[in-house]
Design a protein around this ligand. Sequence first.
Ligand code: NAP
Length: 299
Amino acid sequence: MFGNKKNTPQIDKEQLELIKNAQKRIKQKKRLYTHFILFLIGSVALIVVNLGLHVAETFRPLNVDWFVFVVGFWLLLLLYHAFNVFVVNKFMGADWEQQQLDKLVAKQKEGITKLEQKHQINAPELKTPEKKKLKINKTVTIIAAVAENNAIGKDNTLIWHLRDDLQRFKTLTSGHCIIMGRKTFESFPKPLPNRTHIVITNQSNYKVPHGVIVVHNIADALDAALEDKQPFIIGGGEIYKQALPFADKIELTRVHDTFDADTFFPEVDVNHWKETSKTFHPKDENNDHDYSFITYERQ
Ligand SMILES: NC(=O)c1ccc[n+]([C@@H]2O[C@H](COP(=O)([O-])OP(=O)(O)OC[C@H]3O[C@@H](n4cnc5c(N)ncnc54)[C@H](OP(=O)(O)O)[C@@H]3O)[C@@H](O)[C@H]2O)c1
């Protein structure tokens, strides 16, 4: 979709299935949570209707209030739902899953054909946001914590402790695809919950835990985030540099200090980026340095 890397565009079904599984898991859990909330509200409502408003109060099978049966039956359904989500993981059934996968493949194929016919775009050579917009209908967002001297890391770890930055990272990226270089991925003890990980590496046999997607360039990473309207580029230095031309937004935490580092954030051309929000936070017991949360949008 984004480049001329393949002469004949092919959908990698295996990759799509991985993405679909990861995203399906998130959706399933959200649905279960909604079901649980509905159950709570519904049960209270049934009790109020039966005991408070005295509706069909005399209807007491086996000498028990009718709401007990209804709530009990609903509880069984809820347990069945939870069982399917957490134990057999097939709530919608195998046919439904296959149908979704087929739809996804068809949609992606259609998109590729249209883009190729219309624009004949060579994505890696794209320089301007206008061209970029022709090919991507997403808000590609870079998220990074960057020191005053643009330092972002040393020895494959972060070089500061800012609890609020980690919290902000979690809030912004949860439920989304996160795209990262192999080294950044390896800096995590394990994959982060509730996010689809897309790891870029040159290695053809790079082994990752189930659900993590491996690709070999930025364009494929954005392709893999096909269903996400706001995929996040989360680093590190190499990937930020390559992803900057694709990005529409930068969520930056500016750490107001300078650090000795071996990895740096690329220079951002202020002519192309507009600061749309900025909040300053002084250091405190949870955050070792003064910092500002800054949002830039491409102009
Ligand atoms: N402050 C922050 O917000 C922040 C965020 C993230 C990371 N970090 C820090 O940044 C540092 C890591 O950054 P880094 O620049 O060293 O590494 P990186 O960008 O995380 O990963 C680099 C690796 O990505 C793969 N790669 C890069 N470009 C590729 C391409 N075009 N095609 C295929 N594979 C490609 C290569 O993997 P292979 O070698 O396997 O081919 C390369 O070695 C760490 O210190 C980390 O803590 C900081």
